[in-house]
Design a binder for this molecule. Structure first.
Ligand code: GDP
Length: 448
């Protein structure tokens, strides 16, 4: 963690381009002094001053704009200075050196945002969303990251946190008054309150999972027997000959990955080795990796054909619960009889030809839908750690409900809620146990 109260940091804040503007950003207590030296007088807060940036000897480095944002109304919450010069790497470097001569040091990656977090300007999830926005690979991902940066996700986490705290307050009160404990914990109001929190959490977890897919892209593992047309389908979707397609069974020995954007939605496709028993050492390794791929997939896409699909459905046996299942009956261009519309529950069925392209649009539509396309204005981005934290909260709330229903053990339920609260607080980095104590003592009159 940086010593964010004493040091002044500086960095080139925009990539210099041929015709663009270059920016050097400075943050910390020395900013007013640095600004005064560069401008020759104290700058007016939040005003653009046209300045001549000069080195120690007085020689001109560049001419440009100088903007001073006094603390705390700035990005980092500290005094911030922005120097806009010509977009030349050489000039920006000289300007940065000049600022460092005046007492600043070079900032570490992400240090401005880290300071903004430490100064309470934004929470952890918002800070992460800034990085995700910059790294976004799709329009939907960028829009979602912007929502998280604006605090949409954090506010939902905070609302849930407050509901959890209120619930804990009730349960802890029951423990503090043991003579009333049995009746208190048997009280339907507590059960209802817990159910409401669980429902709210389930909704948030669902939204965060969608947010993760918007952020990271939908992970699709293509599975199926050798020769079913997995590589051909991947190539047809990706529009390139990335995978090797041959008529010899067992060609795809490793996991091939392809990232593609379907109408502003990111997809991560992985073509796995044909999942079959084999004596070939290399192919066995491929099969092992294919199983590994399934563990981290959002969607398992089974590629099969009209002949043999009934047996191939067994390949879903190794697919973890919660992973979406799509069955593509491929090679329909070879089928003499029209596709046979058998459906199985919990799977989405499609008929296609990787060769002619028939049915691929329906597959793309399904994938886009799963990836969160058309999720609307409020969709926010999330990271894997957020989803994992929410899953932990889910598990703790389940345990709490279990102990309350079966044993009415208030201490155990309270302990589970405490863990749930901790996991939730990790998302925004906002929770500390002092907050909880404040809430307990603040809302209950113990002396009564
Ligand atoms: P994989 O082992 O599952 O990856 O299968 P490949 O993509 O390598 O395809 C195996 C063979 O089936 C190749 O000769 C492909 O050209 C052929 N193939 C794949 N899809 C189709 C299709 O939709 N129609 C026809 N007629 N042939 C296909």
């Amino acid at each position: 963690m940086s010593d964010h109260t004493t040091e002044t940091i500086a960095a080139i804040a925009s990539a210099p381009g041929a015709a663009g503007v270059g920016v050097v950003r400075v943050s910390g207590p020395l900013v007013p002094a640095i600004a005064q030296t560069l401008l020759g007088r104290l700058p007016q807060p939040r005003h653009a001053h046209f300045a001549a940036f000069r080195d120690t000897s007085g020689a001109l480095i560049d001419r440009g704009l100088l903007l001073h944002f006094p603390a705390p109304a700035s990005y980092t919450g500290e005094h911030v200075l922005e120097l806009q010069g010509h977009g030349s790497a050489v000039l920006l470097d000289l300007l940065l050196r000049r600022v460092c001569e005046l007492g600043a040091r070079l900032a570490r990656p992400g240090e401005f945002t880290e300071r903004a977090f430490l100064n309470g300007k934004l929470d952890l999830a918002q800070a992460e969303a800034i990085a995700d926005l910059i790294a976004a690979r799709s329009q939907a991902g960028a829009r979602a990251a912007l929502q998280s940066m604006e605090g949409v996700f954090s506010r939902k986490v905070e609302a849930l946190l407050q509901a959890l705290i209120a619930l804990r307050v009730h349960i802890e009160a029951a423990i503090d008054f043991p003579e009333e404990e049995i009746d208190f914990l048997a009280d339907l109001a507590i059960t209802r309150q817990l159910e409401a929190v669980r429902a709210e959490l389930a909704e948030l977890l669902h939204e965060a999972q969608r947010g993760l897919r918007l952020n990271d892209g939908l992970r699709v593992a293509i599975i199926g027997r050798p020769n079913a047309g997995k590589s051909s389908l991947l190539n047809a979707l990706a529009g390139s000959d990335r995978a090797i397609v041959t008529p010899i069974a067992g060609t795809t020995r490793d996991v091939l990955r392809e990232s593609l954007s379907l109408d502003g939605i990111a997809l991560e496709l992985a073509d796995t080795a044909g999942l079959r028993e084999t004596d070939d050492e290399v192919e066995r390794e491929g099969v092992r990796r294919a199983h590994g791929e399934l563990q981290r997939a959002d969607v398992a896409l089974l590629v099969t054909t009209q002949v043999g699909f009934a047996d191939d459905l067994a390949l879903f046996d190794t697919v973890p619960v919660g992973v979406e299942r799509i069955v593509v009956i491929n090679k329909i261009d070879l089928d003499r009889v029209p596709p046979h519309h058998k459906q199985c529950e919990g799977m989405h069925w499609l008929w296609a030809s990787a060769k002619t392209g028939v049915g691929l649009d329906a597959l793309r539509d399904r994938l886009k839908q799963l990836a969160g396309a058309g999720s609307g204005e409020g969709a926010f981005s999330a990271r894997r750690r957020h989803v994992q934290a929410l899953e932990q909260v889910h598990a703790h709330l389940d345990h709490a409900a279990g102990v309350l229903a079966h044993s009415r053990a208030g201490e155990l339920a309270a302990e589970e809620l405490r863990h749930a609260q901790h996991a939730l607080g990790e998302i925004t980095g906002s929770y500390s146990s002092d907050d909880l104590l404040g809430a307990i003592f603040g809302s209950f009159c113990i002396g009564k």
